[in-house]
Design a binder for this molecule. Sequence first.
Ligand SMILES: C[S@@+](CC[C@H](N)C(=O)[O-])C[C@H]1O[C@@H](n2cnc3c(N)ncnc32)[C@H](O)[C@@H]1O
Length: 229
Amino acid sequence: MGELERVSGLPLTNFRDEHVDEQVARACRRLDVDDPASLARVLRADAGERRRFRRSIAISHTAMSRDPHQFALLEHELLPRLLAGGARVSAWSAGCSDGSELYSLALLLERLGALERALLLGSDLLEENLALAQVGAIDGVTDSVRARVRFEQRDLVTDGPPPGRWRLVLCRNVAIYMGPGARQRLYRNLVAALARRGVLLLGRSERLVDPGAFGLRAIAPHAYERVDG
Ligand SMILES: C[S@@+](CC[C@H](N)C(=O)[O-])C[C@H]1O[C@@H](n2cnc3c(N)ncnc32)[C@H](O)[C@@H]1O
């Protein structure tokens, strides 16, 4: 797998073993090769296949306002709490894919009249996703919305959190593809990015077994508030 890791440029050991094995087996079948070493040779020679393999490992599926009940939670509970008293909100979409999650949040903040008080950052592992995010060719996204968002490349496991303390961190549908060790490092990095009383929102199939161990407390389904720090 070491050679595949080098060729793909992805930290394969951070992903769940079964997920990587499945994607490697699929790619081997599709390209009619017998083993990971042969697959690595094909990927080295073929940029298109390399991109396809990277996308299959770092699943990039996303959508505007994905899981609408979570956006309803943001609109009716989490954002009112964070914006109370005219406060500014800094929000980080960790594992932002093509930016749909961050743009959905920006449009929601605009609807709430709070976009001007927001600092919005998206980060992802794949440059190809960030290139799409930077363009922001999404229905309803105007230049003034685009001007409020910023995107950067970051490995959430090994690079650590971005500088600053964030009042809202969205990390949805990222941890599910990680192995247990990488997932613990990811959660530690997300918590380190949170301001005191800042809110972390995970995906609808993700939860922390022991939020207290991270200095968090549950405040809504899949949503946690930082109580220390
Ligand atoms: C399934 S998408 C989720 C996108 C969005 N958060 C959502 O829920 O719609 C997972 C994203 O996490 C990114 N990702 C996976 N591992 C990562 C890592 N170690 N560091 C940063 N991003 C990562 C992938 O590139 C992909 O864009």
